[in-house]
Design a protein around this ligand. Sequence first.
Ligand SMILES: [Zn+2]
Length: 286
Amino acid sequence: MAVQGRDPVPELPEVETVRAGLAAKLLGRRLAHVELRRKDLRVPFPSGFAKRLEGRRLIDAGRRGKYLLLTFDDETVLLAHLGMSGRMVLHQGPPEKPKLHEHVAFRFDDDVSVAFSDPRRFGLMLLTTVAEAPQHPLLAAMGPEPLGPDFHAAYLAEEFSGKRAPLKNALMDQRVVAGLGNIYVCEALYRAGLSPDRAAESVRPRAIAGLVAAVRAVLTDAIAAGGSSLRDYVQASGELGYFQDRWSVYGREGERCPGCKPGARCRVQRVTQGGRSTFFCPRRQR
Ligand SMILES: [Zn+2]
C-alpha cells in the first residue's frame, strides 16, 4: 500500500501482529536451518549467526518497542527490527525458491519456514542473551511500553516538563515512550485533540491524561485489527498487514475529517515536520 508516495513503516501494532503470528506458528519448534543470502541488512549479521541458532528450539516470541525478541532454548535471543520495509513471510511445505528481497530464511521442523523480506534493507538482526537483553544498547534507554503500567499521565508530565520540542517529536522519541512512529502519533494526537506542533511543555495535566488514553486506544484498536487479520497473515500471503482502514487522519490529506460534523466541511491537512508528513485537523487539534 502506498500512502501519498511513501509506504508506512511498521510501528508497535504491526510488530505486535508479526510477533503474534510468529508465536502461533513457531513456538516450541526447532530451528533446523538458517540460510543467509547476504552478509548484511542495515548492519552485518553477527559472525556465527546461523551456527548459534541452528538446532535450537524457539521458546518465546516477545516484543520491546518496535523490536522482536525471539528467545531460544539456550537463552540466545534473536533481536530483530523490521526497519522501513521488513516483512516476515511464513511458509509451510517444502522449501521454495527464494523470492527477490528475501534475505534470510529460517527453516523450522515440520517444513515450517519464515523468510525475512526487506527491499530497502533497513532491517536489523542481532544476537544477545536473555541476561544481556535489558542492557542491550538498542533497548537500554528505551522508554516504557505505552500499553504497560509505567506509561501514565504523571510519567508523561514529567517527561514533557521543560520540553520545548513539538509534541509530535516528543512522542516519537523512543526514550519517552517505546514503539510509536509517525502513524500512531498522528492518530493519537488527533484522537486527543492536541496540535502536533505545540510545545510538549505546554500541555496541561488533564490533556496529558487524555493523551495517554488516546495513545493506548489507537494502539489497542490497531492490535485488535491485526489480530483479526492474523489468519490471513499466517495462511495466505504471509505478509504483514497494515491497518490503514482504521486510520482517521494518517495518509488522508484532503479527505473529510471523520471527527468534525459534515457541515463543517473540515478536511484532513498535511504539513511536514522534521522531514515527515503530519496529518491533522486544525479545528479539533489545539
Ligand atoms: Zn476536523
